[in-house]
Design a protein around this ligand. Sequence first.
Ligand code: FDA
Length: 320
Amino acid sequence: MLRSILIYFSQADWMRRLVTGWGIARKVALRFVAGETLDEAIEAVKKINEKGMLATLDQLGEHTENADQAYSTTEDILVILDAIEQSGVNAGLSVKLSQIGLTLDQKLCEENLTKIIERAKTHGIFVRIDMEDSECLEPTITMYWKMRNTNGFENVGMVIQSYLYRSDEDVAELLEADTRIRMVKGAYKEPPEIAYPKKKDVDLAFDRLVEMMLQRETVNDGSVNHNGESWPPITAVGSHDEARINYAIQRANSLGLTKEKVEIQMLYGIRRDLQEELAHDGYPVRIYVPFGTEWYPYFMRRLAERPANLWFFISSLLRK
Ligand code: FDA
């Protein structure tokens, strides 16, 4: 119930205006966001790299409203890719397609995404396409295949949400092409017609889908492609849930896969203890580093995931 309300708020403009107007809200949001500027984000990535972890940078923003906005966001993302290259940090890029025009005009989105992946390729950077709500699902998958099959890019991967019933089929198809998949539970409010309403089923599906990815990893000839470039493994576990992470690690062990075949991905500012512990144990750990001024919907989804965050937020407001 609370989760649904917070997800509804994450899309409500009136609430956005209210929350972003509070200085204290910005302060609390910055617990989950690496800063409002690219320089701050690069500094955060340097610190993450120093701790032996990788990163993926995400310029916050979603559902751009016109072609000019989608174009200027694309230009911003090209600057991020250049900054990753110039600073020498070890980071990839995550992108939401609605930021670059998916919900406005698919042709425009395709052009923008092509520019981004092309630039990333020249710098040897991997691009992960985030998954948004179910309205964006089909066009996002179509766009991924265009990048792989029509444009021939290999430095691109996908995100799949285990709460969707259709994900078994999507994963099977994506694995045929050795797609690098980040498995997540799913952060949006979806109806029971298309998504498991119970957490237990979402968790079961998560493990089942990870198992499919690991099985594929056993017959894949490695993360180095024919050009000698190195991309992340097929299996990325995007979760802070220790049971899901342990399941993936134990199954990978039983299948005889080495540690680098399972990348654990977590969000900036969440379970730092676990992030560092896994990196210390020799697992590849990648931190999703969001930054920028458009933090509102991202922040609200983080509140929705964990009621304790909401109480922390409210008590900060009351202390003010
Ligand atoms: P779960 O919600 O069961 O939480 C397990 C434990 O993790 C909690 O008990 C708590 O300790 C901790 N935790 C989880 N969320 C927390 C929070 N907000 N604050 C504090 N502690 C928290 N979703 C999507 O739909 N599309 C996408 O592209 C992505 N991308 C993505 C990238 C990465 C790297 C991650 C880790 C996650 C995403 N997600 C996502 C979000 C994902 O779908 C999911 O909503 C969150 O990861 C929360 O689910 P958990 O798997 O962490 O488990």
